[in-house]
Ligand binder design. Structure first.
Ligand SMILES: [Zn+2]
Length: 531
């Protein structure tokens, strides 16, 4: 049976750019557009030319890609002709394959916000679609507030969509702009629209204000829509847009959709999905959501011992899909609740398989339990667990030793008379027979220590060049004898891999030092640095 084509439209660079705290540079936009194109997205909305200088520049030259680069803008203003509206002229000048217009489709907005008549709103839609078609562009119309508009006055909302379709727009997109519509309403309304406009010309644009943007997108597809709009990681203003990172694997891996539809994302590209999701977080300088469906670090993590033994025998018992399909991996959490089977399975996963009756397994489990009792958290710090296991099994080379370190924080008045705080770290290392001393200044003491540690590792320096710290978390734990500090550091490298290390001490610098050291040593092991 041949499958129907379903199209994906990404608006990370336009709607996603509305997110609080997100500010894309031109270079960011180009990098994200490339990433989306490599993923196999059909339409990449690049922004709103004429609205801000970066978006105007983005569209100032042709940017060849596989998918269709789309420019966003408003239909002509009421009371003007298409050729006499500077906004529309700028949009038509944009070097884009497709143009996505946004227009009102709620009579209330037409009256109150636009202060015009319904007839003029419809004429504006027709004129704008016609003008863009005349310039040889593919045209889409985003019907703003469509669902609220349809509930208030169905005939008018439908007339707006119909006006664009009749004028030759490739797609009319039904937008849940306020994000408050529920899945059963979306399914009913989209069904009614698809009775008037063929579903293979209808799209859905859902916002996540009731945390159902993904569900609303699928409800629309079930009712006949054949284009889904969304963003990477659900980026978007307020509560975000429909998350394409969740939608794509569901379309590809769940038979209700996979048997029926074909999308532009290949199996091979799907296998890079987790990396794409994390790459966006890195670009935004935020920590990845570890509980994100499909791609989060915890999405395939299992803790309890009985589950772990079953999962090793038959992964499907506790996993809804194979994690590798989306570029994620299974993780068996090793913690004080862990049984032997977790430890054995985790050792096997990291390539340190031992016999199940090996006495060192019991020793490792005891050590994990003892250390967790004083604050270590190995279920999160998978890399620190691996180092602990390697040390116990005699599989950890001795790379270098830190003979001493010294960190100081100084507050002083600078030349401009402003009070500044400066941190400096000095680290003395022994690598083989070489003694190395590194000094570095940082934004804080931990940053200074990190920079000094990684500044000169002698013969090992080339093995850690791709190492980056991506997250740093501190927690104060209250024990019987006083507070201790737990530091968790997340790192990544040039291959896109991520790992977490842990340190515990009464002193925050010391705890950070342990976690930093583990991260560096883990990277050396991972890079195959010789002993
Ligand atoms: Zn939107």
């Amino acid at each position: 049976m041949s499958r129907e084509r379903l199209y994906l439209f990404d608006t990370t660079l336009r709607d996603g750019a509305q997110t609080n705290g997100v500010d894309f540079t031109l270079a960011d936009k180009l990098a994200i557009a490339r990433m989306l194109d490599e993923l196999g997205i059909d339409y990449v909305e690049g922004g709103y030319p004429g609205a801000n200088p970066i978006d105007t520049e983005f569209f100032s030259e042709r940017r060849p890609m596989r998918g269709k680069l789309t420019a966003f803008g408003m239909t002509r203003r009421p009371g003007r002709s298409a050729s006499n509206d500077p906004g529309l002229v700028a949009l038509l000048d944009a070097k884009a394959d497709a143009i996505c217009f946004v227009a009102k489709s709620w009579d209330y907005h037409v009256r109150v916000a636009l202060e015009t008549t319904e007839a003029e709103n419809l004429a504006s839609i027709r004129d704008s679609v016609r003008a863009a078609k005349a310039e040889g562009r593919e045209v889409l119309l985003d019907c703003e507030h469509f669902f609220d508009g349809y509930k208030a006055k169905p005939a008018f909302a439908l007339a707006c969509a119909k006006a664009a379709y009749d004028e030759g727009a490739r797609w009319v997109v039904l937008c849940d702009t306020n994000g408050g519509t529920l899945p059963h309403e979306v399914e009913r309304i989209v069904g009614e629209v698809c009775a008037k406009i063929p579903g293979d010309h209808v799209g859905i644009h859902a916002h996540n204000d009731t945390e159902q943007a993904v569900a609303n997108s699928f409800a629309a597809v079930r009712a006949g829509a054949r284009q889904i709009q969304g963003t990477l990681n659900g980026l978007g203003e307020r509560c975000g847009n429909a998350n394409l990172v969740s939608i794509i694997p569901t379309l590809k891996l769940k038979s209700e959709y996979a048997d029926k539809f074909e999308i532009g994302v290949s199996d091979e590209a799907l296998g890079r999905l987790a990396r794409v999701s994390h790459a966006l977080d890195e670009l935004l300088n935020r920590a990845a959501d570890r509980h994100a469906p499909y791609v989060g670090e915890s999405a395939f993590a299992t803790k309890a011992g009985i589950h772990a033994s079953a999962i090793v025998k038959a992964p499907a018992t506790y996993e809804h899909i194979a994690p590798e399909r989306v570029g994620n991996k299974r993780k068996l959490l090793v913690s004080d609740q862990a049984g032997r089977s977790n430890v054995l399975a985790e050792l096997e996963r990291i390539g340190l398989a031992v016999d199940k009756d090996d006495p060192r397994v019991a020793r490792l489990l005891d050590e994990v339990k003892e250390r967790e009792a004083i604050g270590y958290a190995y279920e999160t710090a998978d890399a620190s667990f691996e180092l602990l296991a390697r040390r116990l099994l005699g599989k950890l080379p001795h790379y270098f030793a830190v003979e001493k370190f010294d960190v100081n924080v100084e507050q002083r008045i600078n030349a401009k008379g402003v009070s500044v705080t400066v941190s400096q770290a000095v680290v003395k290392l022994k690598v083989g027979d070489d003694e190395l001393i590194s000094v570095a200044e940082g934004i804080g003491p931990v940053n200074a220590l990190d920079l000094a540690l990684r500044k000169d590792l002698g013969k090992y320096q080339s093995f850690i060049t791709g190492l980056e710290l991506t997250d740093y978390r501190v927690r104060i734990l209250n024990g019987g004898t006083g507070a201790v500090t737990r530091v968790l550091i997340e790192s990544s490298d040039e291959t896109g891999d991520r790992w977490t290390t842990v340190g515990v001490s009464a002193n925050i610098i010391d705890a950070s030092f342990q976690a930093l050291m583990d991260s560096i040593i883990y990277k050396l092991v991972k890079s195959g640095a010789p002993a």
